[in-house]
Design a protein around this ligand. Structure first.
Ligand SMILES: *[C@@H]1O[C@H](CO)[C@@H](O)[C@H](O)[C@H]1NC(C)=O
Ligand SMILES: *[C@@H]1O[C@H](CO)[C@@H](O)[C@H](O)[C@H]1NC(C)=O
Length: 172
């Protein structure tokens, strides 16, 4: 990391209480960015024996619209997703460019706080971003990024369908 550079990251996840969803069809061919998001997720999933996600063009479109909105109207702030029908992870970074892999690896850092044996998280830490990444019943992924030049901020958003993080349910 460059000396003196401001580098701050913040991550948030959504939680769900109940819902049902069905899986839409596969995306035909993927951009390098999509592939990087997907591969980083699927590595974290494979590490705990969870099947891979597949890319959804529809979810990617939704996140891309949202990322543009947050950029144009809200200076790359976190989107308010408390009532969304998809699972969502977000990463806000200041003073640095964030690749898709960096964003996912930042989320996966929460793994160190997650105890799978009793599906718990170390007190005063958060695990929800990680548990969404490895949520077995989530089948599809779509992500987008936005950069705000004035704020020197960038926002990464991924949506998951069906959503994960059901309270009291183990991710895998
Ligand atoms: C996603 O957006 C692209 C470009 O706007 C469009 O061509 C495509 O039909 C959309 N796909 C879905 C599944 O919504
Ligand atoms: C997010 O949206 C919900 C529902 O619309 C609202 O109740 C809540 O206050 C909002 N939160 C923020 C931080 O704006």
């Amino acid at each position: 990391m460059v000396h003196g550079a401001l580098f701050l990251l913040a991550a948030v996840a959504t939680f769900h209480v109940s819902s049902e969803a069905e899986a839409p069809p596969l995306a035909p061919e993927l951009s390098a960015e999509a592939r990087e998001f997907l591969e980083a997720h699927n590595q974290a999933r494979a590490a705990v024996g969870v099947e891979p996600l597949r890319w959804s063009e529809q979810l990617a479109n939704v996140t891309s619209k949202l990322a543009r909105y947050q950029r144009d109207k809200l200076g790359c702030e976190f989107a308010n997703l408390s009532t969304g029908k998809y699972g969502a992870n977000q990463l806000l970074a200041w003073g640095t460019a964030v690749t898709p892999r960096m964003a996912v690896e930042e989320w996966v850092k929460q793994k160190q706080f997650y105890n799978h044996a009793d599906n718990s998280c170390v007190p005063n830490h958060r695990c929800g971003v990680y548990t969404q990444v490895v949520w077995r019943k989530s089948l599809e992924l779509g992500c987008a990024r936005a950069t705000c030049v004035k704020e020197q901020a960038s926002l990464t958003i991924c949506f998951y369908n069906p959503p994960g993080n059901y309270i009291g349910e183990s991710p895998y």
